[in-house]
Design a protein around this ligand. Sequence first.
Ligand SMILES: NC(=O)C1=CN([C@@H]2O[C@H](COP(=O)(O)OP(=O)(O)OC[C@H]3O[C@@H](n4cnc5c(N)ncnc54)[C@H](OP(=O)(O)O)[C@@H]3O)[C@@H](O)[C@H]2O)C=CC1
Ligand SMILES: CC(C)(CO)C(=O)C(=O)O
Length: 318
Amino acid sequence: MTDLHRAVPHMLIVGAGAIGSYYGSKLHRAGARVSFLCRSGGDMLRETGITIDSLHEERFHFHPQRVLMAGEPCPEPVDYIVLTTKVLPGISGVDIIRPYLGEQTVIVLIQNGIDIEVPYRQAYPEHEIISVLAFVCVSRLSPGKILHQDYGKLALGNYPEGKTPYLEALVELLRLGGVTCEVTDRVQEARWRKLVWNASFNTLSVLGGGVDTAQLLADEESCQLVRQVMEEVCLVAAAEGHRLVPSIVDEQIEHTRVMTPYKTSMLLDYENRRPMEVEVIAGNPMRKARLHGLSVPRLEMIYRLLRLQDAQRRRQRG
Ligand SMILES: NC(=O)C1=CN([C@@H]2O[C@H](COP(=O)(O)OP(=O)(O)OC[C@H]3O[C@@H](n4cnc5c(N)ncnc54)[C@H](OP(=O)(O)O)[C@@H]3O)[C@@H](O)[C@H]2O)C=CC1
Ligand SMILES: CC(C)(CO)C(=O)C(=O)O
């Protein structure tokens, strides 16, 4: 047993937004020491802590071990550094985490998108990376105030593949905190499966003029478009060596039909005039398709239109 597996591990969560606060609360419940690294709102968090209100779980309130502002040194070693920012070209997770990495700090990414691990693998080849997919609907109402609407399962695996004792230790903690965890030794395939949903529903919810999942599926033409985008993503995944079962398209559509109508995280970002995760959700798969010489006309169009929307929003924000 290394000192990383201390009885009470120290987790530094980068980003006190919806995902960071929600899963941070679960790790806190499990007895871990949970600190946050914030870009804004740090004073408020230190004073009032974090409250999770949920439509399905009991209200939970906690005070983080430490609240650091970006760049502020951390006086104690970090066992797991957990990135939960949006994945955007303007945010360099690689640079943000540098001051906090000890020799054995494990890098954990709870974020959407494809190939998000690559910059970390390149910058920190010696560090273990755990890649995590969140199946949850949660949002931050204001600093320290989180609303959990639905679900909460995590799928986790080591990047690029496999399962290590550090992964198992993290999963044990999360389960103790009440999180359902699915452990996989093929996390990249799991990312592609999730992308089938995100690359279709997230993007079309914005380009469709601000529609929720139910509205997208209620209309036969837009439902057909969802399906076609999903099929294109499966094509790229297969070229990358991840053969997803063909029934995934029907399964995801039928599963979404019975979900409470949901506004995707990309739509919430668009409505709130925040930058959207266009590159990792639409850009990266489209670039992979180009590398393999595949024709994915819908993905291409979605990517180009979303880039325009995003740039227009940036201009409006000034
Ligand atoms: N919310 C959800 O239901 C789901 C989200 N996801 C994915 O999870 C990831 C996180 O999403 P979510 O939690 O919703 O996003 P939020 O916008 O709620 O939170 C992101 C947080 O990161 C912070 N941040 C940004 N830059 C920095 C920085 N340089 N240093 C420290 N903190 C920083 C932001 O700070 P500030 O307060 O200043 O803005 C914000 O608090 C995304 O990839 C998303 O796609 C996946 C599944 C579901
Ligand atoms: C699939 C979902 C809804 C998380 O469960 C999501 O990833 C999102 O809204 O971006």
